[in-house]
Design a protein. Structure first.
Length: 309
């Protein structure tokens, strides 16, 4: 495992950097992490203002214990060099999110640029890579291993869907037509399928293989409480560390999705305790509630306990 920042990033709030009133509310919110966006949420005419506001917010606002990030513009944009120079030395900036991450050489270039712009910085700025194209997903292992500063992988659900040509207009939602249809003999039963099951698992596996955090993309239907909660529960159940949110109303249901229930915590603690007792007897497995428990169960239980702290 790497030694990257292990603060929780269960609810990772995105906010346009040029909207100063929204940034202030984000700093005061219950989100674990916040990223100020310089990219897609900012029109070209506001790019300079967005960067200036991000710098001001990082130097003037009280972010408490939040992980604070800035999403840069893409590597081939005319804005990124100025962004790197302006942000590199700011001590409150924990990480930068690299959008449209596709090539390891680009990630190394950004990391080197940040280091060159602030050579005396004690702790390098972490890089969080946004996997949101077909090429990025194909190269996700190379990206995850590209530089020691890489600390997290995010799945960009909206741009990924566009990249593969999916016929969906909802961010994070599967296309209505993406269904398995049964035979005529069975009356053509159909089952909705999940467009994001494969890319989510692919990003998650790469993150775990290289000791990185894994953050799912947002649910675009922020006014739909059921969709918001269900989407977060899916990511949490898979093993993601958190999920991007695009509206303050999504923070609490997302945090709740990543918090183990009292029953889950009780069960996890019983597993750990049962194994400790088995070890004291010199055995490596034990039966608990008519189920065989071994060290794999303990590792899963320990993660549940950690998520509950």
């Amino acid at each position: 495992m790497t030694n990257h920042d292990q603060r929780p990033t269960r609810a990772y709030l995105a906010v346009p950097a040029h909207r100063s009133e929204m940034v202030v509310k984000a700093a005061d919110s219950a989100a674990d992490a916040v990223f100020m966006d310089l990219e897609d949420a900012v029109p070209p005419s506001e790019k300079k203002t967005a960067l200036d506001e991000a710098v001001r917010s990082l130097t003037s606002l009280n972010w408490e214990e939040k992980l604070v990030a800035v999403r840069l513009n893409r590597v081939d944009s005319p804005f990124i060099e100025r962004e790197i120079r302006a942000l590199a030395a700011l001590p409150r900036l924990d990480s930068v999110i690299v959008p449209k991450a596709e090539r390891a050489s680009d990630i190394c270039g950004i990391a080197d640029g940040l280091r060159a712009a602030a050579p005396d910085r004690a702790k390098p700025i972490e890089l969080e890579l946004l996997i949101e194209t077909a090429l990025g997903l194909v190269n996700v292992d190379l990206l995850a291993a590209s530089h020691s500063s890489v600390g997290a992988l995010h799945l960009g659900v909206g741009d990924f869907a566009a990249s593969i040509g999916a016929r969906s207009s909802g961010i994070g939602a599967s296309p209505e037509g993406y269904r398995h249809v049964g035979s005529a003999q069975s009356g053509y039963p159909n089952v909705p399928l999940d467009l994001f099951a494969y890319p989510m698992m692919r990003v998650l596996v790469a993150a775990r293989a290289f000791g990185l955090r894994a953050v799912d993309g947002p649910c675009g239907a922020f006014r739909d409480a059921k969709m918001t909660a269900s989407s977060a529960l899916k990511a949490a159940a898979m093993g993601f560390d958190g999920k991007q949110v695009i509206h303050p109303s999504q923070i609490e249901p997302t945090l709740n999705a990543f918090r183990p229930s009292d029953d889950e915590l009780t069960c996890a603690r019983r597993i750990v305790e049962a194994m400790a007792q088995a070890e004291a007897r010199g055995t490596g497995a034990v039966t608990l509630d008519e189920k065989m428990i071994d060290y794999a169960n303990v590792r899963m239980a320990q993660r549940i306990i950690k998520m509950g702290t």
